[in-house]
Write a protein that binds this ligand. Structure first.
Ligand code: FAD
Length: 359
């Protein structure tokens, strides 16, 4: 018998969940969402991401990132049309950032003996001559960068190939998704991948959800390797990273990580600081011409779906208006690591769905 499933949300979390679920031919899947790949909206985080793999989890919580890397690596090696390329990453540390105030979401990235050195290839500590001025140490490893403008539509295409149907819908309550399967039958399982939408969505209303605002500047200049630094002198919410996307996607200069800030309009002062910091840590970005040598494609702002207690991936039984039970499998709250944890999280969604189907 078919398992009628509705996935709510078409960001990287909903699409990856739908893709892995669609590999089982007993699952009949509809994806419903307010925003779909191709849209740019402040309520839709996925298009704004860099997106690269710079592990942020502690070792105890590293399952999602550990289990995602092999699949992203396979796609990079074997599926060029997914729009991902390998890039070396260099991470630079300052001692003073270890005790600096602010939200330290990416602390494990900057640890001196990180768990991910056994997962990401070619890890090595940098020699003193390789560390950029103003920093105390650093490391290098092989990572990758996803061109999200190519990758998200690619995910949709893979889902379509497996029979997934896509529909636009704006839900006021997660249980409303039960009636939205393209089959006309009520869904037995709903996957909730509505990210920041879960803050106000009826049936969920998770008040621990909040935005972690990220402002970026996208430029035509290319730069290798990717760079991330442990802190800046421009305040606790400002960070520095550089990554050149695959397939002509431009280079993302970041950024900010501003928890609780909903502002959708790029702040020009922040933009100048981002560009200045980028040419400071990577003068080669403009061949030594400074900020004037940058060719700006656009300024952008995305809201990372931050959850105070970390990602929520679990099944919850809910009663609908009709008195019937529906099971909601939640997969939301990925903050700044939604791509680099996407396959690990979607794999857990599949395990939960299989458990529900088995009863
Ligand atoms: P979203 O992409 O926000 O999708 C939510 C979906 O739910 C949308 O389709 C929306 O329309 C739908 N929805 C919401 N509410 C409703 C409703 N009521 N009814 C119907 N539909 C609804 N991650 C990385 O791994 N690497 C990076 O380098 C990286 N860099 C980033 C840089 C920036 C500037 C930003 C902003 C984010 C970055 N991220 C990165 C984080 C990543 O973008 C997010 O973790 C990820 O996109 C979250 O995906 P999602 O599918 O959970 O949410």
């Amino acid at each position: 018998m078919a398992n009628v499933i509705v996935v709510a949300g078409a960001g990287v979390s909903g699409l990856t969940s739908a893709l892995l679920l669609s590999k089982n031919k007993d699952n009949v899947i509809t994806v419903v969402a307010k925003h779909m790949p191709g849209d740019y909206d402040i309520e839709y985080a996925s298009p704004w991401a860099g997106a690269n793999v710079l592990p942020m989890a502690t070792e105890e919580k590293s399952r999602w990132e550990r289990r995602t890397w092999p699949e992203l690596k396979r796609l990079t090696e074997d599926v060029p049309e997914a729009g991902i390329h390998f890039q070396k990453a260099r991470v630079f540390r300052r001692k003073k950032d270890e005790s600096a105030p602010g939200v330290h979401v990416a602390d494990p990235l900057f640890s001196a003996n990180p768990w991910y050195q056994s997962v990401l290839p070619d890890y090595r500590e940098l020699g003193p001559n390789e560390v950029i001025p103003g920093h105390d140490s650093g490391c290098e490893f092989t990572s990758l960068c996803i061109n999200t403008a190519i990758y998200l539509p690619w995910l949709v295409g893979q889902c379509l190939k497996n029979g997934v149907v896509f529909k636009r819908a704006v839900l006021t309550d997660i249980r409303d998704a039960k009636a939205l399967s393209h089959t006309g039958q009520p869904a037995k399982i709903i996957v909730n991948a509505t990210a920041l939408g879960s803050l106000k969505l009826g049936g969920v209303k998770d008040e621990t959800m909040m935005p972690a605002r990220g402002q970026v500047v996208v430029v035509r200049n290319e730069y290798h390797p990717m760079i991330a630094t442990s802190g800046t002198d421009d305040g606790a919410t400002e960070i520095t990273y550089i990554m050149t996307r695959a397939a002509g996607g431009g280079t993302i200069l970041g950024g900010t990580y501003d928890v609780g800030n909903w502002e959708s309009v790029p702040d020009p002062n922040v933009a100048v600081r981002i560009m200045k910091r980028a040419v400071d840590v990577a003068p080669g970005l403009t061949g030594g011409k400074g900020i004037e040598g940058l060719s700006v494609i656009r300024h952008g702002v995305g809201l990372r779906p931050y959850r105070r207690d970390g990602v929520r991936i679990e099944a919850e039984e809910m009663k609908g208006d009709d008195g019937e039970t529906v099971v909601v499998v939640h997969n939301y709250g990925h903050a700044g690591w939604g791509y680099q944890g996407s396959y690990g999280c979607a794999e857990r969604v599949v395990e939960l769905v299989e458990g529900i189907v088995r009863g």
